[in-house]
Ligand binder design. Structure first.
Ligand SMILES: *Cc1c(COP(=O)(O)O)cnc(C)c1O
Length: 467
């Protein structure tokens, strides 16, 4: 498969280089040159297909054979999903006659990010071993990405991971899921600053060419195509299980960076039979405002009960924009440039009209989030986390009862116990394998919000490892 950038001036790459590169060097994101069509692949629509077998069928066309052969790819996928605690990997739990929760939180760190990162950690190791190369992975996290990336990279040969989180600004569960991983290739850095400061430091390191090349930096955030690709699978999985009802299906997706819902869009381009993608946002609702009116204007981010969606600029939206501009990289470049400079996306109305066929958006504030958690618990005895609850809030506003509805349950309720307790009075318990999380030893270093300090720390660590 060839990959092209959403802007202009980056080389066409194959999968292997796209994975290692992350962001294209013209600032754009890589997308596949064509969408593989699944209609001809009857395995994909088998109602009993096993999750890993389905993943192989979906992922194979995106990766060239000389990167990884069939047998090796199959075992890499099997290993990725063996670490999940439910045999079906992504169970569908019915909550009323038309509605299912697609539970995506049975991976090792209890959020859907494990789906992509368990695969990506193994894929990095495979490629690096093949090329006899080493990589330094740098990331900033407000919580879920950090733990999923660390869990996926710990103990792997050929790579070290440095994860920056804002000191005192992630939940205890989230911090401990990162800082209690004591493998020698895992390095947690608590920055005296905000999540935005952490992100700016990461950008600063990537923009420092000497540092970037000396340390061979790479990234694991959702601009990496491999993450989107792997998430396409569970949309097909849900449809394989619900096809028997012969009804159109709407997916309701709690959204922040637009990665997860873009995977749903990708699935539709590949022939998935779904009627609608519902973008569910909290009060940081730039996407919902866009899908309602065509106006995409940046507003300040305000903290919510669903912190993994407290985002105003959704990076993956650029991939959608690229398609709506008929894959014209120059138009996308200009449009994003104006968006950054003026805070409003130009030509929003035209794009909005195109998007309406597939997407709609609904917002749910903190009050609605708590209400949705409480109502589902009172009615069905099922606890959900606040991100999933934003999806349930959107569902309530959906008027169309003709479709079946699948709400993506993006995190385990015990990952966000405070909101769940506030809504229901119940303190959700961690699964057994994490029940001693609060007794485990933590290791992290605190650093000032200063690029020089962070770079010299990373250089020191890496030279002490003789790398
Ligand atoms: C990351 C995350 C989201 C948002 O996903 P995007 O791909 O950024 O839209 C939603 N819920 C949870 C629990 C998350 O960790």
């Amino acid at each position: 498969m060839h990959y092209i950038s959403t802007r202009i001036g980056s080389p066409i790459l194959e999968f292997e280089d796209v994975v290692l590169t992350g962001l294209a060097n013209d600032g754009g994101l890589y997308v596949p040159e064509v969408w593989p069509q699944m209609a001809v692949n009857h395995h994909v629509f088998n109602k009993d297909i096993d999750y890993s077998d389905l993943a192989f069928e979906i992922i194979r066309p995106f990766i060239e054979e000389n990167c990884i052969e069939d047998i090796k790819l199959k075992s890499l996928i099997n290993d990725s999903y063996k670490s999940f605690k439910q045999p079906s990997v992504a169970p569908l739990v019915q909550i009323d006659s038309n509605t299912w929760l697609l539970e995506l939180f049975h991976g090792p760190t209890l959020a859907f990010k494990d789906f992509a990162l368990q695969f990506l950690g193994r894929m990095f190791e495979h490629i690096l071993t093949k090329r006899d190369k080493r990589l330094t992975i740098i990331g900033a996290t407000s919580g879920d990405t950090g733990s999923a990336a660390i869990e996926a990279c710990k103990g792997r040969d050929n790579l070290h991971i440095f994860m920056l989180h804002p000191l005192g600004r992630v939940s205890d569960v989230q911090r401990r899921q990162m800082t209690t991983v004591l493998d020698s290739n895992v390095h947690n850095i608590a920055i005296e600053g905000t999540f935005d400061d952490c992100q700016d430091l990461v950008k600063g390191m990537f923009n420092d060419e000497i540092f970037r090349d000396d340390l061979n930096l790479s990234a694991v955030n959702s601009i990496n195509w491999a993450r989107v690709m792997v998430q396409i699978v569970y949309y097909f999985f849900a449809v394989s299980r619900l096809n028997k009802y012969e009804r159109p299906i709407s997916f309701i997706v709690p959204t922040g960076n637009f990665g997860n819902v873009y995977a749903g869009y990708s699935a539709i381009q590949m022939g998935l039979n779904a009627s609608r993608l519902v973008v569910a946002s909290n009060h940081n609702d730039i996407l919902t405002r866009f899908f309602e009116t065509g106006d995409m204007s940046i507003m300040p981010v305000k903290a919510s009960l669903s912190p993994s969606m407290d985002i105003q600029v959704s990076s993956n939206f650029e991939r959608l924009l690229f398609d709506f501009y008929d894959r014209d990289g120059e138009a996308v470049s200009n449009s994003i440039k104006m968006f950054r400079e003026e805070g409003t996306l130009p030509g929003g109305n035209k794009i909005h009209a195109l998007a309406n066929d597939i997407f709609s958006g609904y917002r749910t504030d903190d009050e609605g989030t708590l209400l949705a958690i409480k109502q589902l618990y009172d009615d069905k005895g099922v606890l959900v986390d606040p991100h999933t609850a934003v999806g349930l809030g959107a569902l309530k506003q959906l008027k169309n009862s003709k479709t079946l509805n699948v709400v993506l349950a993006t995190a385990h309720p015990a990952k966000f116990p405070a909101a769940v307790k506030q809504a229901t009075g119940i303190n959700p318990s961690l699964p057994d394998f994490l029940s001693d999380l609060y007794d485990r030893e933590e290791r992290f270093i605190k650093l000032k919000n200063n690029l020089g300090a962070v770079e010299s720390y990373i250089r020191d660590v890496m030279s002490s490892k003789n790398l």
